[in-house]
Ligand binder design. Structure first.
Ligand code: GUN
Ligand code: ZN
Length: 445
C-alpha cells in the first residue's frame, strides 16, 4: 500500500483526490430478500475520494483511464474494502471489565460494572480509557459507534474530545440513573436533565459528533427521570436516544413490578416519548408481537449484541422475527458485557444465534447489518454506511489472507458470499489491514 500524501502541516491531505483500489463491496439497501440491487460489488474496484467524501466508485481499469495522472492510489488489490463498521451499542467505560467471569446481567452490574464506572469521575482516567477504546475500535475496523458513557458528564467530554481529535463520526451520551444503583453513581432527574442539556449544547453537531439521550434502562430511572429524558427528546428532535430493553428474563420481571401500569417493558419507554428515529434499544430479546409492531411504527431500532447475550446467558435474539415485523436492526459489541471489539466476531455470533433460532443469517445480510444497517439505526445513513457519492469515505480493508488458516480457506472460496462467510467466521482484528477515516488512514496513537 502506498503512503498517504502529506499536507503542508504534516496531516493527511484531504482536498486533493485520492483513491483506494481493491475488491469493493457496499450496500444500498437491506439484502434481506436476496435482492441483488441491494448491493454493489467490484472485484477490481476503485473508490475515488475528494475532500474526505466518496466522489466515484466503479471498475478500477475503467475509472483509471479517465483519471488525472497524479491521482494517488492506495493499492489494496487482493483485499476486500467495505464501509467502516458501525458498532450500534458499546460502553466505553466498560473497556476494563471485558471478560468478567460468572455472572448474569443484574449481578454482573452490581459486582463488576458499577464499581468500574465509578472511576470515570476522574478526568484523567476517562481520557486514558477513551484513547485506548478508540484505538481498539479503529484496529477492528469500526469507524462509528453509539457509545454509552458513565453517569459523569466528564466521561462523555473525554470520549468526544478524543473522537474529535481523530476526525471520527461518533454518537455518545451520559448515562442517566437515579435509583437501583449505588449511591455514588446516582444523579437526579434535575441534574441528569441539566447535564445532558449542557452536553448537547457543547457537542451535538460539532465536527462529526452527535449526542444520545441515555437513560441506562428502566430499572435505574425513576418515572420522574424518564419524564426528564422524554422532555429532552422532545426539545431536541434530531438527537438520538439510547437505552437497554428486555435483555434478560429477571430484568423483564423486575420492570413489570416497577412499572405495573405499563403493558410491557417497551411501553414504559413509549409512555415517556422515547421511541423514535433515531433511537437504539439494545437487546430486545424478550419482546412480543405488539412490541415489534410498535417498534416498527416508531422507527426505533434494536441493537443485537450476540456476544454479550451468549456470555451472560440472556437469551437468543430473533433477527428474522424483528426484521419481518419491519423493525430496524443493527449490531453491537456491547463491551464490556460483550466479549470482543470485533464486528466480524459479532457477525459470527449473530450467525450462531440465528442457527439456534432455526435459520441461517446470510453473510451478505450480516455485512449489511454491520455497515448500512448500523448507519440507518443511528439516523446517519445519509452520511456513512455506504459508498454512494457524497458519503463520508470511512472504510475498512479486510485481508482474506491475514492468517494462514484464512489464506488457506479463502483461497477455496468460490463466490463472494462464501468469501464473506469465511471472513466473518474466521476473522477478527487480525483481518483488518487498514482503517480509513474520511479517506485517510485512521489516526491511532
Ligand atoms: N442493562 C443496563 N445496563 C447494562 C449494561 O451496562 N450492560 C448490559 N449488557 N445491559 C445493561
Ligand atoms: Zn449495554
Amino acid at each position: 500500500m502506498s503512503t498517504p500524501p502529506a499536507s503542508p502541516d504534516g496531516g493527511p491531505a484531504q482536498s486533493k483526490a485520492r483513491a483506494i483500489r481493491g475488491s469493493i463491496l457496499h450496500f444500498k439497501d437491506d439484502p434481506r430478500e436476496g435482492d441483488s440491487a441491494a448491493w454493489e460489488y467490484y472485484e477490481d474496484g476503485l473508490l475515488i475520494v475528494e475532500g474526505g467524501c466518496v466522489a466515484r466508485l466503479g471498475d478500477a481499469r475503467a475509472l483509471l483511464r479517465g483519471a488525472p495522472r497524479d491521482l494517488a492510489v492506495d493499492d489494496c488489490s487482493g483485499k476486500l474494502i467495505v464501509p467502516g463498521f458501525v458498532d450500534a451499542h458499546v460502553h466505553f467505560v466498560q473497556t476494563d471489565i471485558i471478560a468478567a467471569y460468572g455472572r448474569r446481567l443484574l449481578e454482573w452490574l452490581e459486582q463488576y460494572t458499577f464499581p468500574a464506572e465509578r472511576a470515570f469521575a476522574d478526568e484523567r482516567h476517562a481520557h486514558e480509557v477513551a484513547e485506548f477504546f478508540l484505538d481498539e475500535l479503529l484496529r477492528n475496523g469500526t469507524t462509528t459507534a453509539l457509545v454509552l458513557g458513565s453517569v459523569h458528564a466528564t466521561s462523555v467530554d473525554a470520549i468526544f474530545r478524543s473522537a474529535a481529535a481523530r476526525g471520527l463520526r461518533l454518537i455518545a451520551g451520559k448515562v442517566m440513573m437515579d435509583r437501583n444503583c449505588p449511591e455514588y453513581l446516582r444523579d437526579t432527574p434535575a441534574s441528569s436533565y441539566a447535564d445532558s442539556k449542557a452536553l448537547i449544547a457543547r457537542w451535538h453537531g460539532r465536527d462529526r459528533l452527535g449526542y444520545a439521550i441515555t437513560p441506562r434502562f428502566a430499572p435505574t430511572s425513576s418515572p420522574e427521570q424518564l419524564e426528564a429524558a422524554g422532555t429532552l427528546a422532545r426539545e431536541h428532535p434530531g438527537v438520538c436516544v439510547q437505552t437497554h430493553i428486555a435483555e434478560n428474563e429477571e430484568e423483564v420481571a423486575w420492570v413489570r413490578t416497577l412499572f405495573p401500569a405499563s403493558r410491557s417493558y417497551l411501553d414504559v419507554y413509549d409512555r415517556y416519548g422515547l421511541l423514535r428515529r433515531p433511537a437504539v434499544l439494545a437487546h430486545g430479546i424478550w419482546l412480543d408481537d405488539q412490541d415489534h409492531a410498535r417498534l416498527a411504527a416508531s422507527g426505533a431500532a434494536l441493537a443485537h449484541c450476540p456476544t454479550c447475550n451468549l456470555a451472560m446467558g440472556s437469551g437468543l435474539f430473533d433477527v428474522a422475527r424483528a426484521s419481518s415485523a419491519g423493525v430496524q436492526v443493527a449490531l453491537g459489541t456491547d463491551i464490556g458485557g460483550g466479549t470482543s471489539f470485533s464486528m466480524l466476531r459479532v457477525m459470527q455470533e449473530a450467525y450462531k444465534v440465528a442457527q439456534l433460532r432455526g435459520y441461517a443469517l446470510s453473510p451478505l445480510r450480516a455485512f449489511y447489518l454491520a455497515t448500512l444497517g448500523g448507519a440507518r439505526a443511528l439516523g446517519l445513513d445519509d452520511r456513512i454506511g455506504s459508498f454512494l457519492p457524497g458519503r463520508e469515505a470511512d472504510c475498512v480493508v479486510l485481508d482474506p489472507a491475514a492468517t494462514p488458516l484464512l489464506a488457506r480457506r479463502t483461497q477455496l472460496a468460490a463466490s463472494l458470499v462464501e468469501l464473506l462467510f469465511v471472513l466473518m467466521v474466521l476473522g477478527d482484528d487480525r483481518a483488518v489491514a487498514r482503517t480509513y477515516v474520511m479517506g485517510s488512514p485512521a489516526q491511532q496513537r
